[in-house]
Ligand binder design. Structure first.
Ligand SMILES: C[S@@+](CC[C@H](N)C(=O)[O-])C[C@H]1O[C@@H](n2cnc3c(N)ncnc32)[C@H](O)[C@@H]1O
Length: 112
């Protein structure tokens, strides 16, 4: 798993790595459930939209499952973290409340 933060102090690092591991675990479980609910075709890569993709932890799960994805997030700072982590999805700055700039039918599914 790609690091979400890096720091120099060992004790702070230890604390954050525990928090980080828990965050990854939760985001991964949530993404797993979201994908399960989409009932996608078995063993077939799909094109998914990740709304509120944040730092891309959920996107990592999608990539690990062999899917392609586009992530949208309202926060530039979160997208910067995702960029630093070199996530595989394409990233877009946007507010889901303002609608998504994609044609209907572009995606096989969407997670939030
Ligand atoms: C709990 S985080 C999601 C984390 C992400 N799924 C991950 O795995 O790293 C929620 C994200 O939703 C984003 N968000 C909140 N309101 C939004 C909106 N109106 N449009 C798009 N993104 C939004 C936040 O910036 C935040 O990154």
């Amino acid at each position: 798993m790609k690091p979400i933060i890096s720091c120099s102090s060992q004790s702070i690092c230890c604390f954050f790595s525990v928090v980080h591991s828990r965050m990854i675990e939760i985001q991964t479980q949530m993404s797993e459930r979201a994908v399960e609910l989409l009932n996608l075709p078995e063993g077939q890569p799909c094109f998914l939209l990740d709304v509120g993709c944040g730092s891309g932890l959920s996107g990592d799960y999608l990539s690990e499952e062999g899917h392609y994805w586009v992530g949208v997030d309202i926060s530039n700072a979160m997208l910067d973290v995702a960029l630093d982590r070199e996530v595989e999805g394409d990233l877009l700055l946007g507010d889901m409340g303002q609608g998504m700039p994609f044609r209907p039918g572009t995606f096989d599914g969407c997670i939030r």
